[in-house]
Each structure stands twice: as C-alpha cells, then as structure tokens.
Design a protein around this ligand. Structure first.
Ligand code: GBH
Length: 478
C-alpha cells in the first residue's frame, strides 16, 4: 500500500485520507421529519438539568436541510473523506421492523453528494442515539438490544453497502456504557455501575453481530471497523507500584474491556476480577466471545487528551479532575481506589490538556495490539472560544497549534512503523456538544446558531492546505 512508500518528513503517504467527522444527533436537527422518532438523546436533552442551558439537538446546525451546502464546503476545503453517523431512529423508528425508506433516502442523497465531489464517505452506524423504545425495553444492559442492532446494521448495509466502502459499527462504546449507565452524564442518564458493565458486554456483542450482519449483505471490498476512545493512561508516579496498579485498572476499564474481546476474543482476567464485587459476568454466554471476535478490516481511534491516575488516599475525597463531569457518580465501576488528576500544561475550553504524545503512544499501542490492521484516527480536535472578529473571520491559532501538534504525532507514528491511513478532524462544524450543549465549539467551520451561517475558521484554511498538499504547513502558516 501507499503507507509503505517513502515520504519526506513533513509529507504524508500519498493515499492518506484527510477527513472531518460529525455525528447525526449533533448536527442534523429535523428530529421529527420523515418518520424519525425520539432517541435517548431527545429524551435526555429535553429533561431539565441534563444539558447546559437546556440545549437540545432539535435544530442543531440544520444539516438535514443544508447537507448540500455542507458538502460543497468540504469540497472547497479539499477534504478527501467525511465520517458521519446514521440515526437509528430515522431508519427503524421503534428499533424494530422494516426500514423507513424516507429515512434512508437522506443518507443516500448525502452519500451521492459526497461521491459526486470525490469525497469518500465513512459511515458510523451508532453514535449514541438509541431509539427510545429500545431503552424503554431495557437499553444496552439488556441482551436483546445487541440483536436489534444487528438487524438495523443489516438494513443499513443493504441500502448503502453499494456506495459506502468504509463502515464503523460503534462510536466509543465506553461512553455509551459508562457515561450513559454509570455516571449518567450522557443519555439515558442512569447511574447503575453493574448495569454499565452489562451494557459494555452487550455493546461488544452488538459490534460482533453487527459486523457479521454487514458482511453478509455487503460487497467484500468494503471495510468494517470500530471507533474506540481507548485512553492513554499514565501513572502519576511511574515508580510507585500502587500508581502503576491504578493505571492498569483504568486501562482495563477504558481499553481492555473492548480490545480484549474484540481483538483477542477474551476479557482481561484482571478486569473480571476487579469488577467481581459488582457482577459475576453471567451476561457472557457461551459463544459470545467468538461472535465478538469478528475479523476486522481496520481500527478507528478517537483521541483528545491523556488520563493521569494514582492510587487514591482511602481517607481523602480524591481529586475528581477527570471522569466525573457534573455527576456525583463515577464512570469507572469498582475503581474507588483510583484518583484522577489534571494533566499539567495548556488546556482547551473543555479543560482537557493538550498532549500530542498521548496520540503517538496510543497509535503505537494499537500497532502492537492489532498487528497488520490499518488504523484511522477517527476523531481528534479541540474546543476553543471562537468568535468572528471585526473582519468577519474567525482566528483560532490555538486550534491550528493543536491540529499541527497532533498531526505531527501521527506522522511520527507512521515513521515509527504504524499503518495509519487517515485522520478525521473532530469536527467539521460547530455542533451540539452533548451535555455541554452549544457552549463548546469543536468545529473547523464556525456556525452562527441564530442565522445558521457557516464561516470556515482559520484552522479550516490551515487544514485545507494540509489536505490539498498532503503535507503539514507550519502552525504559523495562516
Ligand atoms: C467524542 O467523545 C465524541 O465521539 C464526539 O461525539 C464528541 O463531540 C467529541 O468527542 C468531543 O467531546 O469523560 O470525563 O472521563 C469524547 C468523549 C471525552 C470521553 C474525554 C472520555 C475523558 C474524560 N470523551 N473523556 S471523562
């Protein structure tokens, strides 16, 4: 492949994909159109107190009606690829039964528009918008949800498998399981650690069954992957055995719980033992691990910031710098003995520290854990307080520096032997940032939420130069 072609240091392999990513609920709006019914995020965002300012995705950035303009912007910027997600409640409003063609038609139109502009579509089947009816039937802690997902995957694969080559089953199942069912800062907002562990297993099962269903209906050339937000976990004192044990525990709960079954066909023993006070894992049935351990064509990794931990002082209310958000409940089951710390250094608007070495570390780790599997950075980016200046332009030098640093880390990993085939900037547009509502802007393109006017930020122009030349301009280039 092209990734083995020798390249000059600033240049990327010629076939490297320069992309941007979004997700359905964060951008589409049109929540009641063409047969769509509520997902858990409609219910959650309409529940008082759950999102900043009571913000919802009802309108979002109206991408459902403006997708043509948005694709035109991507084309102007010279993007080679676009990662979007499909809203399950548009395709199967009750989470069961035949597909709603009007719902699928939106994605057919979107994909055709992308292809007409030479932009490669990458479709994520599940970016957190479970049909509410399936949550009412028990949600991810319930085994049946995995079978429902497989059925949905098959319907979408049948409809779009002829024109979309790159597929991602789930986005960040860690967030679905642990922010959704343990800390409750994401939909459906439950705070039941035992249920969150069952949810994680059923998400793994959904991935396996879904990958199998996609394969059964799609051309063999198509690629199937999953996007994980494996944490780059670091011990506060690398020489302290207790801190090392804390880091291993969090690594199991963040990464091993998905890598183990998906890539190796087994959960880490240390994870099963550490969580035994909460569950006997009887949710794992005979044959599940074989189903989960499906052959994959690629692996997606989403990275924003590293995670710094130590052993907790049992007498102290441990520092809650990371992992809890606005919740009293931890997203880390059976980890009361671990304390989370703020990584030193510069931070983004999210309060997340800027540390590209974590991305390099993660890529090299995947390279070891999944030898031979092509890798994609399926999300990376930063929120800053962007406002148009007097000249109407949006100057965001911090985002340019962030992107430059992280893309340089990707480039370094390629030099070090990693097979990274592409990078999707999070996000194409400012959008609904989940519990943070519209307060946090991750977009390369600014959106005025009153007028829906789009303005590419300076970082978009910088990224465009990178995409068009296949090499990194200096961070000062715009
Ligand atoms: C991604 O989630 C999402 O895929 C995307 O939809 C979202 O807009 C984007 O990132 C920006 O947030 O959760 O406190 O334990 C990233 C969610 C954020 C989860 C960092 C893990 C670590 C600290 N991740 N988080 S915490």
């Amino acid at each position: 492949t092209d990734s083995t072609t020798p390249v000059t240091p600033a240049a990327f392999p010629p076939a490297f994909l320069w992309g941007a990513a979004t997700s359905a609920y964060q951008i589409e709006g049109a929540v009641r159109e063409d047969g769509r019914t509520p997902s858990i995020w409609d219910t959650f965002s309409h529940t008082p107190g759950k999102t900043a300012g009571g913000d919802t995705g009802d309108i979002a950035v109206d991408h459902y009606h403006r997708y043509r303009d948005d694709v035109a912007l991507m084309a102007e910027l010279g993007l080679g690829a676009y990662r979007f997600s499909i809203a399950w409640p548009r395709v199967q409003p009750t989470g069961r039964g035949p597909a709603v063609q009007r719902g699928l038609d939106f994605y057919r139109r979107l994909v055709d528009e992308l292809l007409a502009h030479g932009i490669k579509p990458a479709a994520t089947l599940y970016h957190w918008d479970l049909p509410q009816e399936l949550e009412d039937a028990g949600g991810w802690p319930e085994r049946d949800t995995a079978y429902r997902f497989a059925e949905y995957a098959q319907l979408v694969g049948e409809a779009l498998g002829d024109r979309v080559e790159q597929w991602i089953t789930l986005n960040e199942p860690w967030c679905s399981a642990f922010l959704g069912y343990a800390s409750g800062v994401h939909a459906p907002g439950r705070t039941d650690p035992a249920a969150s562990l069952r949810a994680a297993h059923h998400l793994n099962l959904a991935h396996g069954l879904g990958a199998k269903a996609l394969r059964s209906v799609m051309p063999a050339r198509n690629s199937i992957a999953i996007s994980l937000n494996s944490a780059a976990v670091r011990p506060l004192s690398p020489d302290d055995p207790a801190d090392l044990a804390a880091a291993r525990k969090i690594d199991d709960l963040a990464s091993g719980i998905f890598h183990g079954p998906i890539l190796k066909g087994a959960y880490p023993e240390s994870l099963l033992t550490a969580t035994s006070s909460l569950t006997d894992w009887s949710c794992i049935q005979d044959g599940d691990l074989d189903l989960i351990h499906q052959p994959l064509d690629a692996l997606g990794l989403n990275y924003y910031t590293p995670t710094l931990v130590s052993a907790a002082d049992p007498d102290a209310e441990g520092p809650r710098a990371d992992g809890h958000g606005a919740s009293e409940h931890s997203p880390w089951p059976a980890a009361d003995d671990v304390a989370f710390h703020q990584v030193p250094g510069e931070r983004t608007e999210m309060g997340w520290s800027v540390d590209p070495t974590g991305l390099h570390e993660l890529i090299m780790r995947y390279t070891r854990d999944a030898p031979g599997l092509p890798l994609y950075v399926t999300e990376n980016g930063a929120a800053y307080d962007d406002k148009p200046g007097a000249d109407g332009a949006v100057h965001d030098p911090e985002r340019i520096a962030y992107l430059h640093g992280h893309l340089a880390a990707v480039r370094r990993a390629i030099t070090d032997g990693a097979d990274v085939r592409g990078y999707y900037l999070w996000s194409l547009l400012d959008n609904f940032e989940w519990a943070y509502g519209y307060e946090k802007r991750f977009g390369a393109i600014h959106v005025d939420y009153a007028s829906q006017e789009r303005t590419p930020k300076a970082s978009a122009l910088w990224y465009s130069r990178a995409a068009k030349s296949g090499a990194l301009p200096g961070p000062e280039a715009i």
